[in-house]
Structures are given as structure tokens and as C-alpha cells.
Ligand binder design. Structure first.
Ligand code: PLP
Length: 373
């Protein structure tokens, strides 16, 4: 089996031995929305219009599909991908089960757009025990593990079994883990959905999402829904994401090392509580996470006493940018209550970047020392 670094560098690119002499090693994005159709009677080619398909999409779809262990369908954003998955199951009288503590817009979308159509929307806490009967009558169960921003974890294989017993599809939002961190399709999930705006593309310069599945019927429905609904990505974004994917293995390695060092340092500081990173051996999510995840990532969370304390911390840091989203090269911090997450006002989701570990730890400890001064 080839390693993650090799797979990231080569996925979706033509093998060198198959290439024509003189062909570019690094082909650019195909920006054309229109393609030569030939004459009446000629067969319609794969590429005929930019809302239906595009060679640059196919290259990244081949790469991500290989990493996910299924077939990938790109969408214009993570939310476009989530919406496509929710709509697969939405019909009057059916229930959709969502994380109560996951990405907030998935719940907003279900409440605002599916509930009025007669879909019953149920919210279940990721680590909340999944009570008997909660999946009954469900057409779709969407879980997010590790969840954003709480970094709670649920057992994908166990929930796949329960969802299937109830006649529901299981979809896993794999944004935080990335395809290198977790392969939900192998664990029994029917669908993987992700925002590739985060670590997968990895540079904070584009918005993109995808759904992967090993079920050709579901894949066909998603492709048709994308072409109809028009939630398509731009070729330039897709090309940039493919370039970013090449270094995902390297970036995750540094980000996870930084997250581990920061989590250990934060725990020792007097003004920090409730540090969570699933990679820590004594984290409440560690046992399940280490069973189903292949490797860790750079997203952690901790809590300061108040929103003011977070403001003092951010003002004192030289390296951390106050910004939402995560998975980029630069370390960023986001106070999640401002977006309406039901969390403490001082809860910070921190996305460890690719800076040197010693520099980052020193900066964070110095910034914490400035809180309350
Ligand atoms: C960011 C995010 C999304 C939405 O993705 P966009 O690319 O911003 O539309 C969905 N799920 C999770 C877990 C996310 O973090």
C-alpha cells in the first residue's frame, strides 16, 4: 500500500509513463465553459458545457475519490455539498437526523428549507449516547465526527449499522478529519460530505466541497442534482485545491504536531479550561477516535473566562490571526459564540497552522500571560 504522501502528490495526475513527450507536467485549469460539439449527428462529448462537467473537476474528483475510497462529486462549497446530501433524503413525512452540536448552517438549512416541506428534523448531540428509537423513521442520518467546534466524536461503524437497520442512509461530515484522517465509507457510511475550503485545499484562498460514495446510484443522483441545481465549483478553485491537496500529508503532519504541543501547553496554563483535542490520550473522545481515525489534525479547542479574555489573548499574540474557518497554513483562532454556536463565550476553536512548533507554543503562552494583566 502506498503511503499518504505519495498518494497526495500523485492522486488525480496522469502517471508519467503514460504521458506524451512534450505534454505539460503541470497542466493548467480548463476555464472554458463551452466546448466544440462537431456537426449534427456527432456524439455529445463528455465536455459540452461547464455546468455539466469539466476536465479539471474530473482530475480532482479522481484524486479525492481515491483517497475517500469511493466516487467523488465536487460542489461549489461545503454547504452546497451538505445541501445536496440533505435533499437526497428530503420527502414529506421522512425524518432527517442531524448533529445538535455540528456545523450550524446544516441545522439552519434543515430547519429553514426542509422542515417547511414536511421533513421532520431531529438534532442529536454527537457524543450524547444516541438513545433508542432516535433513528426510527429516518431517511438520512448526518453525523459530524470530530464535530465542529466541539471536537466530539461518535462511532461511525456502530451508527452505520443502526442507521441501516432503521432503513436510513448514513452520511458523515468528514471536514475536520480530511480523507487522510478518516475513511467513513470503509466504516460503513453511505456518503462522505466535506468542506474542502478547510484543510484539504489548505490555503484559505477558496471555497469548495464534495460528496463521495461507493454507491453508483447515489453518485448518479448527486451528479444530476449538481447539473440541475447548478451548485458547481469554478475550475480555477478546483485546480488550486488539487495543487493544495499535493501537500495535505505534509501540512497535516505539522498541524497535528503543533496541535498536540499547544494542547499540552494550554492545559498547564491557569487561565485555560476544557482543552479538547482527540489525539490526547486522556481526551474523552480519544478511545473511539483512535479506533476509527487514521491520523490526527490541527483543530483543537479551549475555553478562556470570557469574550474579553479572548480579545486580550488575540491582541497579545503575534502569530495567531482572528479568523473563522480552519485548516490553513496560518494559525487562526475563532471565538465560536459570535456565530451563534451554543458554547461558552470564551470558547476558542484554534486551527494550528504550519509555523514552527516552538515559535507557536512560545507565542501562545506569552499571549495567555497577557490575559487579565
Ligand atoms: C466549513 C464547514 C462546512 C461548510 O463548508 P463551506 O465550504 O464553508 O461551505 C460544513 N461542515 C463543516 C464541518 C465545516 O467545518
Amino acid at each position: 500500500m502506498t503511503g499518504d504522501g505519495t498518494r497526495c502528490v500523485h492522486a488525480g495526475h496522469e502517471p508519467a509513463r503514460d504521458a506524451e513527450i512534450g505534454a505539460p507536467l503541470h497542466a493548467g485549469p480548463v476555464l472554458s465553459s463551452t466546448f466544440h460539439l462537431g456537426l449534427p449527428g456527432d456524439p455529445t462529448p463528455a465536455d459540452f458545457y461547464g455546468r455539466a462537467d469539466n476536465p479539471t473537476w474530473r482530475a480532482l474528483e479522481s484524486a479525492v475519490g481515491e483517497l475517500d475510497g469511493g466516487e467523488c462529486v465536487l460542489f461549489g462549497s461545503g454547504m452546497a455539498a451538505v445541501a445536496a446530501v440533505l435533499r437526497l433524503a428530503a420527502r414529506p413525512g421522512a425524518a432527517v437526523v442531524l448533529p445538535a452540536d455540528g456545523y450550524y448552517l446544516a441545522r439552519v438549512l434543515a430547519d429553514e428549507e426542509l422542515a417547511p416541506l414536511g421533513v421532520e428534523v431531529r438534532a442529536v448531540p454527537t457524543a450524547g449516547g444516541w438513545p433508542e428509537g432516535v433513528l426510527e423513521g429516518a431517511a438520512l442520518v448526518l453525523v459530524e465526527t470530530p464535530s465542529n467546534p466541539g471536537l466530539e466524536v461518535c462511532d461511525i461503524a456502530a451508527l452505520a449499522e443502526r442507521a441501516h437497520a432503521a432503513g436510513a442512509l448514513l452520511a458523515v461530515d468528514n471536514t475536520t478529519a480530511t480523507p487522510l484522517g478518516q475513511r467513513p465509507l470503509e466504516l460503513g457510511a453511505d456518503l462522505v460530505v466535506a468542506s474542502d475550503s478547510k484543510a484539504l485545499a489548505g490555503h484559505g484562498d477558496l471555497v469548495l466541497g464534495h460528496v463521495s460514495s461507493a454507491d453508483p446510484v447515489l453518485v448518479g443522483r448527486l451528479r444530476a442534482a449538481r447539473a440541475r441545481g447548478g451548485a458547481v465549483p469554478g475550475p480555477m478553485e478546483v485546480w488550486l485545491a488539487h495543487r493544495g491537496l499535493g501537500t495535505l500529508d505534509l501540512r497535516l503532519e505539522r498541524q497535528a504536531a503543533n496541535a498536540r504541543a499547544l494542547a499540552l501547553a494550554l492545559r498547564e496554563h491557569g487561565c485555560v479550561t476544557d482543552v479538547r483535542w482527540p489525539g490526547l490520550a486522556d481526551d474523552p473522545a480519544h478511545a473511539v477516535a483512535s479506533r476509527q481515525m487514521r491520523r490526527w489534525n490541527g483543530v483543537l479547542r479551549f475555553t478562556l473566562a470570557s469574550a474579553d479574555a479572548v480579545a486580550e489573548f488575540l491582541a497579545a499574540s503575534r502569530l495567531i490571526a482572528s479568523a473563522t474557518s480552519f485548516g490553513g497554513l496560518r494559525t487562526t483562532a475563532d471565538r465560536r459564540e459570535r456565530w451563534g454556536d451554543a458554547v461558552a463565550p470564551g470558547l476558542v476553536r484554534l486551527s494550528a497552522g504550519c509555523e514552527d512548533t516552538a515559535d507557536l507554543v512560545a507565542d501562545v503562552l506569552a499571549a495567555l500571560d497577557a490575559v487579565g494583566r
